[in-house]
Design a protein around this ligand. Sequence first.
Ligand code: FEO
Ligand code: CA
Ligand code: CA
Ligand code: CA
Length: 654
Amino acid sequence: MSFDPDDLGSNPSDNPDLQQVIAQRFSRRSLLQGGLGVAALGFLGGGSAALLTAGPASAQAVPAAWRGSSPLLGFKPLKVSTLDQVVVPDGYSAQVLIPWGTPLMSTGPAWKKDASNTAAEQAQQVGFNHDGMSYFPIGGSSTRGLLVLNHEYVDQVMLFPDGDAVITAEKVKKALAGHGVTVIEVRMDNRGRWTHVDSTSNRRITGETPMAFSGPVSLSHPMLQTSDPVARGTLNNCANGQTPWGTYLTCEENFNGYFGTEDTSFTPNALEARYGIRKETTTLSGGGANPNAGKVLDFGYRWYTADARFDLAKNRNELNRFGWVVEIDPSKPDSVPVKRTALGRFKHESVAMTESGGRVVAYSGDDENRDYVYKFVGSRAYSTILAEEKSPLDEGILYVAKFNADGSGVWLPLAHGSGPLTTANGWADQADVLIRTRLAADAVGATKLHRPEWISVDPRTKDVYLTLTNGSGAPTVSGRDPDVYGSIVRWKETGGDNTALTFAWEPFLLAGDPQKDNRTTVTEASRFGSPDGIWVDPDGRVWIQTDISNSVQRAGAYERIGNNQMLVADPDRKELRRFLVGPNGCEITGIAVTPDRRTMFVNIQHPGEDTRAIGTPTAADPRKVSNWPDFDPTGRPRPATVVIRKQDGGVIGT
Ligand code: FEO
Ligand code: CA
Ligand code: CA
Ligand code: CA
């Protein structure tokens, strides 16, 4: 089963498309070379002009010695790898920590390698498919802290002893327990080895944990009414964020993929359609009658066949309880997670938080082909709001980005009463605007993007980096249509103030393989594609994690790129080096460091998943693609965290 349905897109608006905008910018390169001022040139500087005028990548010199030219990148770059293991540079180690099924407490249920743990046992174990992650130091420590991590989805072939041919209510319960978030205390010994430890902080938040709603949309809103007065759970927790007040933010991404119905009398309304709910057509795309015609299929979980909560015809509004950013306080194990509705409802990939003048700014991309990027700006200093025992994430304005061809950009407010979002136009109030965020963004004229994934703010410069993983169906940069490799865009808010309503942007790099596509701006040695996770460290290193879909990994355009990987870029020289490569069938996602940055945590998600170029795992042979990390001849692959250490104890990346 492929879990990469995001590239379908569900945006029918005729808003401008960033690829058209970038193409226009590239066509202006002679203008830029001529030195004529445009609004954005103040930001662009020398390095960017070089990018804008770059020819085929063969013209770029590959560093003769591994030390290269960047003083930031102090490690020997890796070659591509197709090994079924985690590969790190010379002088580094990678240790497996808290794989799926690890009991949270030493007295908890042991993981069973035949996947026969029950739903109740799974709820006391680390969940499946680790994703975004933060490290919360205890007392500022770099050897003791709480690791908080998301579990984006479950692979039901791996999760159940008999696979997923039959879905039962007990299986739905186990799958829900495999989702959500883990909070677990971890410590390092004096030999640099990390372990998880028993702690009163250890907890699981799952697809069934009761949730609160806060901000303009309350749980009592008519569009959130279901047969259950309690809002249960968080789903498809992709990437994350961390607030300045010590809480964790988890993002609900592809929530539509959990809902479906066999009731052909159900027809999605315009709002549901815009969030990806579709009836099956009468004919298959390849021709022939569609046996599911008129039904709404989910992404393959089929929970709606065993649990009415996920059946759209029976519980339509359950869908509207998802698509939010959820705040969790890891220091309070009994606290109820809160859905922070002021940040909008869409397929939130991640939340990148910063502050300016004491006000919070939270950036978040909507990961769908031809959807948008947003930012929330707090209305007052967050310390003032906290002192009133209120949430800084409940008071502020949500904006959506418009990118202009001249390198300028503007943030458009999604505020009730402003622009087209008026009562006369059918927008009832701010809650209505937020529940229908995508439609509000369509109405104000936001710029479509090719699957905006993670965002990170450079802590030195306040520049904002955004990965656009890949996309299709639009005129693209240098004729790349579909853009199978993706790109990274960055911008500077006017005056370096992240609350500003205008910005200057540029393409930072265009991913690719120079032997397959001479429009890429990366070299032969650092060829890569499908950037997803991104984090700019305090020295400015840009850490980039890839998520090449298992449907295209190691074949075609990705034939020479190997397994998914993590690279590091110099933000000024744009030199790029491969730092880590994962095992077969995985993606690399999630990145967290200790305060001293001498330990880095990275997640290996979905090792061994169905990979077209390798094979299809089954209940009888779950090891078909990978058997990482246990390599037990009768076991199965397990998503896990890996701990990266430099053997000399130095800062990671130096
Ligand atoms: Fe969960 Fe867009 O990755
Ligand atoms: Ca992702
Ligand atoms: Ca992705
Ligand atoms: Ca993923």
